[in-house]
Ligand binder design. Structure first.
Ligand code: NAD
Ligand code: ZN
Length: 381
């Protein structure tokens, strides 16, 4: 089968790989019909995630058709079209029981933080991803959800990660009616967080990025205020000025580690590495928040964060929350929001590219070419 394959930093290509097989009675084999490239894949692509091995296949945002099932899978049948959450979750461990499906212990017992994730290096369990023709889906009774008849496949694939992550970013912010919400990052996650902030009652939603075309999209899609932080120079000062010196009630970091590398370099004069815990957007989020406010972090970081202004956070009495989105927990309500037209996820997809052209697809998404917001890879049918 054809599969995206990592060959080293910023080098990916399509390769012929063996078909995945049922390895456990609770496995399913899914024929992939759509797989997105995510900002999280860029951390891998740029070589910034430890233990990303040459030869791995990325891809944690995919939908497809069930081709084969292990003997213990009772919730699915061959031929079902399924949304597969990016978290691999056993459904039974102490964390899954609390609906913390992103922190499943059994799917990634080596790690103390994250659970298993499809196609996300050996720090997330070493599972192959779905940017391929076929993929093995473990714990198939737990994660996959059959796509409703009425749902467009482009909406379905956005429910594997972007919609739940944007929604959870807003949810973790604990937004109260009328709150001012500042969001750092106008990638798919930041834009979706802006859209969802209104659902929680925000009174004002402000998004920062450096890409004007993404800010324009965010303004149209999520009816938010947008600012290019390069023209502003100092978004923290701006947030103070625009809130009578108080700061934002809620700040959301939808950027993560190395995405802000060049900004960070101008501040610290040294190269940023995910392992070193670079954190420009997080610094801005903490420093822009009101006393007693909440900072919600969905941007992905390495294990340490030595540039986090923890003193400011403590002295302001901030609450900092973060996690991988718990996709399974959120899917029922988000499917309703798509059904009722409250959220239109597919509008965010700007590029549909054949899987065979995966190298171009990564370059376009990574370099933000051609107005790219979200890219979907389409395997040959
Ligand atoms: P993306 O790379 O498409 O978007 C990031 C955006 O941030 C870009 O538009 C970039 O120009 C902008 N940016 C860079 N530095 C900035 C700064 N200092 N301030 C404001 N904006 C800045 O990525 P995405 O797909 O939107 O994902 C965003 C983050 O969310 C990534 O770190 C990704 O790994 C993470 N993520 C987390 C989860 C989760 O479950 N927690 C799920 C999906 C993605
Ligand atoms: Zn993702």
């Amino acid at each position: 089968m054809l599969a995206m394959t990592y060959r080293g930093p910023q080098r990916v290509r399509i390769e012929d790989k063996p078909m995945p097989e049922i390895q456990h009675p609770q496995d399913a084999i899914v024929r992939v019909t759509r797989a997105c490239i995510c900002g999280s894949d860029l951390h891998l692509y740029n070589g910034n995630v430890p233990d990303t091995r040459v030869g791995e296949t990325f891809g944690h945002e995919f939908i497809g058709v069930v081709e084969d099932l292990g003997s213990e899978v009772t919730n699915l049948k061959v031929g079902d079209q399924v949304i597969v959450p990016f978290n691999i979750a056993c459904g039974k461990c102490t964390f899954c029981k609390q609906e913390l499906y992103g922190n499943c212990h059994e799917s990634n017992p080596q790690a103390t933080a994250v659970g298993g994730i499809f196609g996300y290096s050996h720090i997330a369990g070493g599972y192959n991803g779905g940017q391929a023709e076929y993929v093995r889906v473990p714990y198939a009774n737990v994660g996959p959800v059959v796509i409703p008849d009425w749902m467009h496949p482009d909406d379905a694939v956005m429910l594997t990660d972007v919609v739940p992550t944007g929604y959870q970013a807003a949810e973790m912010g604990g937004i109260q009616k009328g709150d001012t919400v500042a969001i750092f990052g106008a990638g798919p996650i930041g834009i979706m967080a802006a859209k969802c902030a209104w659902l929680f009652g925000a009174g004002r939603v402000i998004v920062f990025d450096q890409e004007d075309y993404r800010l324009e999209f965010a303004q149209r899609y999520a009816q938010c205020e947008t600012y290019n932080f390069r023209s502003l120079k100092d978004p923290v000062l701006f947030m103070k000025k625009t809130t009578d010196s108080l700061g934002a009630d809620v700040c959301i970091d939808a950027v993560g580690a190395e995405a802000a590398g060049d900004v960070l370099q101008t501040i610290t004069g040294r190269k940023t590495l995910m392992q070193a815990g670079s954190a420009t957007a997080l610094q801005w989020a903490i420093n822009s928040a009101k006393k007693g406010g909440i900072v919600s972090v969905v941007g992905v970081y390495g294990p340490t964060g030595n540039l986090v202004p923890i003193g400011n956070a403590v002295n302001k009495g901030l609450t900092i929350r973060g996690n991988q989105a718990s996709v399974k927990r959120l899917l029922p309500r988000l499917i309703e929001h798509v059904k009722n037209g409250v959220i239109d996820p597919k509008a965010m997809i700007t590029h549909r590219i054949p899987l065979e052209e995966v190298a171009d697809a990564y370059r376009i998404f990574s370099d933000k070419l051609d107005g790219c917001i979200k890219t979907v890879l389409i395997p040959p049918s």
